[in-house]
Design a protein around this ligand. Structure first.
Ligand SMILES: [Zn+2]
Length: 196
């Protein structure tokens, strides 16, 4: 019986448990022009990649708690001190000092609006979102950058007020735990597991 690979870190070391390799039988590769003689075999491989979030970990941890975290440069010597970054930037792009993590959930709820948008009828490989995908660029009062996300309910319009929703019921700990809906959307219209 195989067990899905699980990882935690203790005293600076990765501790792993379960299966990180899965033995699967392959299929023969044959040559059509030479009477389908055997020339090789496929080797199926399923990988479990350990992806470290590093300094971005607070962003993903807090999505699962219904909070949107941003960062701010608090270096008094920086020309752009006080700038708030969303998406979450670990370091200030101007002075390269480490930014302060701040909670901007209320700011997002009160001021988020669609800067621009695009609707995609098709998507790239491994996409998990329902199509068509309504990608939106979101601006916030007092934030110097624009966040790229998607509208989960309704149709996007430039300037439309939107509010964040979060996957708190069954979090994935990825960017999929956050989406946006038009201001005033009723809770019962949100996708499964999402709430304000
Ligand atoms: Zn700075």
């Amino acid at each position: 019986m195989s067990m899905i690979g699980q990882v935690y870190v203790k005293k600076g070391q990765y501790k792993i448990k379960g299966d990180f390799h899965h033995l699967e039988l392959g299929q023969p590769i044959r040559l059509a022009e030479e009477d389908w003689r055997l020339i090789g075999i496929t080797n199926p491989r399923q990988l479990t990649h350990m992806h470290s979030y590093g300094g971005e970990a607070p962003f993903f941890e807090n999505l699962s708690k219904g909070k949107l975290m941003a960062t701010r440069c608090d270096n008094p010597k920086c020309e752009t001190a006080g700038s708030i970054y969303q998406p979450f930037r670990i370091h200030c792009p101007d002075c390269l000092s480490k930014n302060t993590v701040i909670d901007m959930t209320d700011l997002a709820k009160k001021t988020a609006k669609v800067h621009t948008f695009m609707v995609c009828e098709r998507s790239g490989a491994f996409n998990l979102l329902d199509k068509p995908i309504k990608f939106i660029n979101i601006e916030f009062d007092g934030v110097v950058t624009i966040l790229f996300s998607y509208l989960a309910v309704g149709e996007p319009e430039i300037g439309m007020r939107v509010v964040p929703i979060f996957q708190k019921l069954d979090p994935t700990y990825t960017i999929l735990d956050m989406a946006w809906v038009p201001q005033g959307t009723k809770e019962n219209r949100l996708p499964k597991g999402f709430s304000f």
